[in-house]
Design a protein around this ligand. Sequence first.
Ligand code: PHE
Length: 528
Amino acid sequence: QLVLTTLDTHGTIADTRALTIPGTSQPAASADAQIIVLGALNSLDSRQMIKYDAHETLSHVLTPEGAHIALEGSHEARVWAALPAKGDGEPVTPAQLKTLVGDETAKIGQGRAFKNGWIAKEGNGLVKSKPAIEDTTQVELRQVDSTGTLPSGDKGLAELRKRKLIVQKKGQWFTVHKGPEFSTSTAKPETDLTVDMLTSGQWKTSKFKKYNFEAEGIYPNGGALHPLLKVREEMRNIFLEMGFAEMPTSSFVESGFWCFDALFVPQQHPAREMQDTFYLSDPVKSLHPPKDYYERVSKVHEHGGYGSTGYHAPWSDAESHKLLLRTHTTASSANMLYKLAARCRGEQIEGEEYDFGGTSGRVERKEGLEGATDGFRPAKLFSIDRVFRNETMDATHLAEFHQVEGVVADRGLTLADLIGFMRVFFNKMGIKNVRFKPAYNPYTEPSLEIFAFHPMLNKWVEVGNSGMFRPEMLAPMGFPKDVHVHGWGISLERPTMIRLVYGINNIRTLVGHKVPIESVEKAPAVRF
Ligand code: PHE
């Protein structure tokens, strides 16, 4: 405010050292005062209210010893003050002087006091030889302290420097002019454009702070993996440990054919309705699936075959060609199983090389079968990826989530193999207690729901779904008759959420914009 009012009355400030310290009549000449002035100038300059030029000075400040002398007087003055005037009491002996003024002052002060003619010897002692003295050292130091220099000039300063009573110090002073936004008011400019300002029209007259594009942002502490990604990694490791290969699952958009038809899901199944599945409006139609296979699939749906009676409902090409967001990763499994069957027949598929994983262990146990000549090789495949369902969102449901899915293809696999796999898999996740309940899936028979005992909820909770894929699905793909395929699927969110892993009871605290970032940063690294 002082800078602004001074500028207002004088137009410019030639030397900020001439400003009077507010509340005193002292000029702001010291280096410390100029540092305060500089702070004010920078703040006003950032708002373009003023412009300033800086000038360097070399000034002097007191050393601790210099400051002591400025306060108490020089050693010689203190020696003089301690002595009696001539003829006015007992002279002071050198030993007495030491106890009066201290060893150092007695030593340094005596010599100088003699040299100045301030004291004299009398008998064994010392007395004042002058009734009054002028302690120039103290006077000069006080001057340096308040002005940073001496009116007598460089010689005196050099002398004080030599005596180590003062040292040189760089300082600054400033010339100040009005800036384009000059005003005597220090009211802060606006930093936000608010709805209120827009509706009231206040924005037209408001002053806004300029953007500072040079300002550094807040450094992030570092990245952190989302809990779901950590659990995904652990699930992936379990699969890899068990000899599974990961399926490609990048196709979030699938056709009705791969998501449902290939899996023998009837075209009239309620899960295919709009309220359960998201369909695409652009493009509306998928590419045509492999022709022969498509024919075999539509035939088994409409008329049956391979020992099945089929659905005996009219087949719709349009339904099959609809594009949708896949509702389960079993769409990808179906696609990979088709490729596996094609590979067995020696067919070339899209020039790509796929890894179909290791054996289930079944081949080695079943004598005679490994010599089969149909080219089939067992496969163990898994995937962990996103699926979409047109669900009403609540504490436990989102419109998109992740499925963890495994499929095993081998000769003569039985339900016992599926249950065995399941037990090993969940055991590795730390879920020791599992139970199975008969269920229904259009593409598996038998089907089993998997339940795990939840120690904190003290009850059995559903954790997954599984089954042996139906011949109506496998035979059109071209698998040999004795090749059986079983599969299971669980959601990634569920075990992550239901306290089995992280102790979260609302899906929204795990996924979405309401997730507190600290909870992600602080989530344990490994849970199984
Ligand atoms: N696709 C099933 C689901 O979405 C899971 C599953 C996969 C069931 C494989 C059986 C076989 O719940």
